[in-house]
Design a protein around this ligand. Sequence first.
Ligand code: C5P
Length: 224
Amino acid sequence: QAAGPLAGKKAIVTSGPTHEPIDPVRYIANRSSGKQGHAIARALAALGAEVTLVSGPTREPDPAGVKTVPIESARDMLAACEAALPADIVVCAAAVADWRVASAADQKMKKEAGALPPLQLTENPDILKTLSQKTDGRPALVIGFAAETEKVVEHATAKRARKGCDWILANDVSPATGTFGGDSNTIHLVTESGTEDWPAMTKTEVGKRLAARIAEHFQTGHSV
Ligand code: C5P
């Protein structure tokens, strides 16, 4: 039996990129490393939570003491999250592809002289929004990320309302912060009651601070 301030709480964390198939050998993807999502999953487990990590393809090792569910596409990620419900805590740290190819080919598309494949895109499901807006069995605390380069808190506050989630970790990725390609993140935590500005710290430290903040949230009685 797990010990710690989050013992008895169930958490779902999404991490990594998604891969959206074009045909059996090609896909659309992005450069997400999965470092932040995996760090959050590890930190929640360290505080005693029962964690399901739904992750796209990454180079990160599966965290010990966490149930890792590997997926590829956004639709698979949503289905795996739904299958892991009910949960008390959801943290959506994945970089989900906004679009997928409307009808992926069953066979490898052949290169034909002078002809380009007509790739019709369609919108992917928004996992954070879908889980936030559940009317039945909504997790008590749903948390998303926002990467912003300007008006960070203003944009994150608008995103919080648009998605219907409880907290947004706004990540200042403007060039001055060195976040892109660097190891440190500069976070502003936007909640119902305002904004907390965190100092620059590593992704591991962001995971630990978020897990501690979540534990504090449940301890101070905001459990619904
Ligand atoms: O709308 P935007 O992609 O900027 O929102 C970022 C937040 O929404 C992140 O928490 C991300 O994990 C989540 N998201 C999601 N499903 C999508 C798109 C974004 O869960 N299809």
